[in-house]
Design a protein. Structure first.
Length: 379
């Protein structure tokens, strides 16, 4: 009896070992280059070779690339003409940018990107189009790029385009001659955001992305300026701005049948998601976030929202909400220039008492605090 039990145990052990080894081999084959891993083409602008100030957005590329990389996706980086593209270094101190540059082979890819013509000879499961100012200059107009994008549209493969990236889609047509974006829910960097944040370049733009999408019959949907939004219409995924990029990449993974690995949101992403939550559910959510997990947020991003949002508000309700958020951010971001901005904003909003309150508070918080004469004369 004992011999039978020992024999059974040995057989079971051998069986389990075989299952485990086969499972490990399968997992390895589906995650490594050359195996059955799914492959995403990441399309970026090459216009930075003409004008470095009008290039792809490095942070958008980095955030989305790292999400694909961590989910064991094979990646190619593609530009219209191929070859090297400039790589900015002004954000090298940001942890995820450092990871991208030091712990992946992405820099080698950026030193020798595939051309759209080369990429058209390869198989991809999905396309991800990165934004940045450069995207409006070359992606919609390069013939090889347009032909290549069209193959994804005709094949019904998932396409994600973020920020200015949807500009690449405005002239893509289906077999019947209709525009690919026609009657689809579509999002991009908005008309308002372009005119608010791209003033130094907008006169150079050959097109405004939202305007051209709407001309082609797209049903444009969006969040407030600076806040995240991802639109989904069948296999088309579009995202509004840089703080929407990570979620767009994960949404593309879902469209590919892949469950994204859990992660902590990037700080800029988390900061704007917090603002979106505060706009819809009340500013107390900023208090809770600062109380429990302040390290997850970037105070500079919160402050930037406080600086820009009120002038972009259109309705009285929006203006009231933006004043509340601006003031709440000021409780945690203490800086004389931000205090000056709050005082001036309350004066412009017709609330002189609030302006006086924040002036007195600033004098207590900051040594030798004073206002520009143009503002102090209004107090």
């Amino acid at each position: 009896m004992m011999n039978k039990i020992v024999t059974l145990i040995l057989l079971l052990t051998l069986f389990l070992s075989d299952v485990i080894l086969n499972g490990m081999a399968f997992a390895d084959s589906t995650s490594k280059k050359g195996g059955t891993a799914k492959r995403v083409a990441m399309l970026i602008s090459g216009h930075g070779n003409v004008d470095e100030t009008l290039s792809y957005d490095l942070e958008e590329l980095v955030q989305s690339y790292l999400i694909f990389h961590r989910n064991q996706i094979d990646i190619d980086i593609v530009t219209p003409n191929g070859g090297p593209v400039p790589v900015k270094s002004n954000k090298d101190d940001v942890p995820y940018v450092s990871t991208f540059k030091k712990d992946t082979n992405a820099l080698a890819m950026l030193a020798n990107t595939l051309s759209a013509e080369q990429a058209s000879q390869r198989h991809y499961d999905a396309l991800f189009i990165v934004g940045g100012d450069g995207a409006v200059f070359d992606l919609p107009f390069d013939q090889n790029t347009q032909k290549w994008i069209t193959t994804f549209a005709h094949g019904g493969k998932p396409i994600a385009a973020v920020c200015h990236g949807p500009a690449a889609l405005v002239d893509v047509k289906m077999h019947d001659g209709s525009y690919f974006v026609a009657n689809k829910l579509v999002n991009s960097f908005t008309f308002v955001e372009d005119h608010a944040f791209k003033k130094e370049n907008i006169e150079k733009y050959p097109l405004i992305t939202q305007t051209e999408l709407e001309k082609r019959g797209a049903r444009f949907v969006a969040n407030r300026p600076m806040l995240p939004f991802v639109a989904i219409d069948e296999n088309l995924i579009t995202a509004q701005n840089p703080t929407s990029v990570a979620k767009a990449a994960e949404t593309l993974l879902l469209a590919m049948g892949i469950q994204p690995v859990a992660r902590q949101a990037y700080k800029d992403e988390a900061s704007m998601e917090l603002i979106a939550k505060a706009r819809n559910m009340g500013v107390s959510h900023i208090d809770f976030a600062m109380l429990h997990t302040p390290e997850r947020y970037d105070m500079m991003y919160l402050a930037l929202y406080g600086l820009y949002a009120f002038p972009l508000a259109e309705t009285e309700q929006d203006k009231t909400i933006e004043l509340q958020i601006m003031e709440k951010i000021g409780e945690y971001f203490k800086h004389p220039q931000y205090a000056t901005h709050m005082i001036n904003t309350f004066l412009n909003a017709g609330d002189r008492e609030k302006a006086k309150f924040h002036f007195e508070l600033a004098k207590q918080q900051f040594t030798d605090f004073s206002l520009p004469e143009a503002i102090s004369n209004k107090l």
